[in-house]
Design a protein around this ligand. Structure first.
Ligand code: PGA
Length: 249
């Protein structure tokens, strides 16, 4: 049985005050979430605050990106060991906003995958097709290529130490969720790609759905056999909404 993991991706949102309020709300309600693990991925500058406020709670935390480099002259970058120092369990890598606005390639994201693992954290590895790619009918080709990049660089056993987040780019922040059937089809396909390399990894790896998941649609998405959680943007910024997704699992 795979665990359900519901992770919030706060993106570039919040302030010290709003994060305190959000975390107070999450801590107050987390006991009601019995069927899922919950995590929040914060802007790096707030990780110290998040670590202090979530210490000893049932909620884990993580970062949203990482450098491929360990240290040195990389102005503005943050290394995996720095993130780990603040108690992070997860780091998101390859989010479509990083791929689109910062030109991150499959190869770069595959490098980040190993860097996060080597620091003792779990990568939340984002993949997904754009609207143009879906309309061209190449969704499967795109997600297979993205997953294969990690398998080719590190092997399937290493991939199996991470979490995959399937996020159709056209569903992110748009209010257009993939239907449960559309999402399930791609999740099953991703598992079949991994199974060609390692059936055990395919069976056990958590594949989250992301893209306008909210309290209203979470139950239908999470009840699909190959959907093992969610990566939640907008709906993770309000404690009641995020907790409601957790209790839908
Ligand atoms: P959204 O974002 O829930 O706001 O669509 C999801 C994500 O980008 O991870």
């Amino acid at each position: 049985m795979r665990n359900i993991l519901i992770a919030g991706n706060w993106k570039m949102n919040g302030s010290r005050a709003s994060i305190k309020e959000l975390l107070d709300g999450l801590k107050a309600g987390i006991d009601k979430v019995t069927n899922a693990k919950m995590a929040v991925c914060a802007p790096s500058i707030y990780l110290a605050d998040v670590a202090e406020q979530l210490a000893g709670s049932a909620i884990s935390w993580g970062a949203q990106d990482v450098s491929t480099e360990a240290s040195g002259a990389y102005t503005g970058e943050i290394s995996a060991s720095m993130i780990k120092e603040f108690g992070c369990k997860y780091t998101i890598i390859g989010h479509s906003e990083r791929r689109t606005y910062h030109g991150e390639t499959d190869e770069l994201v595959a490098k980040k995958f190993a860097v996060v693992l080597e620091a003792g954290m779990t990568p939340i590895f984002c993949i997904g097709e754009t609207l143009e790619e879906r309309e061209k009918g190449i969704t499967e080709e795109v997600v297979a290529r993205q997953v294969q990049a990690v398998i080719d660089m590190h092997g399937a056993a290493v991939l199996g130490k991470g979490v995959i987040a399937y996020e159709p780019v056209w569903a992110i922040g748009t209010g257009k969720t993939a239907s449960p059937e559309q999402a399930q089809d791609v999740h099953a396909f991703i598992r079949s790609v991994i199974a060609k390399a390692d059936a055990g990894v395919a069976e056990n790896i958590i594949i989250q759905y992301g893209g306008s998941m909210n309290a209203g649609n979470a139950k239908d998405l999470l009840s699909q056999p190959d959907i093992d959680g969610g990566l939640i943007g907008g709906a993770s910024l309000k404690a009641p909404d995020f907790l409601a997704i957790g209790t839908s699992a």
